[in-house]
Write a protein that binds this ligand. Sequence first.
Ligand SMILES: Nc1nc(=O)c2c([nH]1)NC[C@@H]1CN(c3ccc(C(=O)N[C@@H](CCC(=O)O)C(=O)O)cc3)C=[N+]21
Length: 297
Amino acid sequence: MAATIIRGSEIAQQIREDLKKETARLKARGVVPGLVTILVGQDPASMSYVSAKQKTAYDLGFYSLQDSLPEDIPESLLLERISQYNEDPRIHGILVQLPLPEHISEEKILYAIDPGKDVDGFHPVNVGRLMVGQADFLPCTPAGIQQLLIRSGVRIDGAEVVVVGRSNIVGKPIANMLLQKQEGANATVTVCHTGTRDIGFHTRRADILIVAAGKPRAITADMVKEGAVVIDVGVNRIGVSPEGKAQLCGDVDFEAVRQKAGAITPVPGGVGPMTITMLMVNTLKAARISAGLERKP
Ligand SMILES: Nc1nc(=O)c2c([nH]1)NC[C@@H]1CN(c3ccc(C(=O)N[C@@H](CCC(=O)O)C(=O)O)cc3)C=[N+]21
């Protein structure tokens, strides 16, 4: 069987059309969603992600601000910047691009962001809210994965989900989200990681296999059940094309696995565009909450 390709770029585009309309409605009531992206240093991949986020925010009609800071900025100054944005009423969402340089504690920085402006969903308050099924801001990549599944008509309720990877930004939150007793969730979830003895034993049981291993082509066809839905979160830069563009591959051996899977996401054009879109969903939500348009328990 040849798999259906789950086109994240198309689904992301549909959501963006809705966001654009919603942003225009909000603007008519005097509220302009505001997003600041903070980039420390000049890592080329980070620069390209941040500019993609900026462009998307701008296209939707958000107030969008890019704050580029030098690699050697002291942690104390970065913390000061963050508290400035915490107080700025034009800004509803603050994103500090990760990874940060060695001399800055990511933990300290993520704790410093006002949880009400934490559109990445990384602040411990938001992580805790997610765990109890009361999130305001779902982390963007997991939220994008859940939307891909729902909008592709994949049945999550009762499914065997296997997650490969246990990071705080993908593996742990997506496992938690799909486990919730909620619509678009209610799955049976297994989480595998580098310490798992026989990964294939687990992945072959998956109706839905979510791979965020950070290892190019780690998942081969023999590790996938016939007809499974495969979500590839990996973004590995494996080279540069003759035109000078980065060549990407996922954590799944796409060409082989697509022969066996029921549905699969490509890289690029799968989870990545959804991640950026969910950041916009969160920023719009933050703006609505701050304007008193959404209730908060
Ligand atoms: N505070 C923070 N929040 C993040 O959400 C965050 C972060 N730091 N650090 C890095 C990761 C990575 N990430 C991606 C976003 C979009 C694509 C994306 O759009 N990828 C395109 C290809 C882009 C390309 O060509 O490089 C695609 O898959 O089609 C990929 C990766 C967000 N991250």
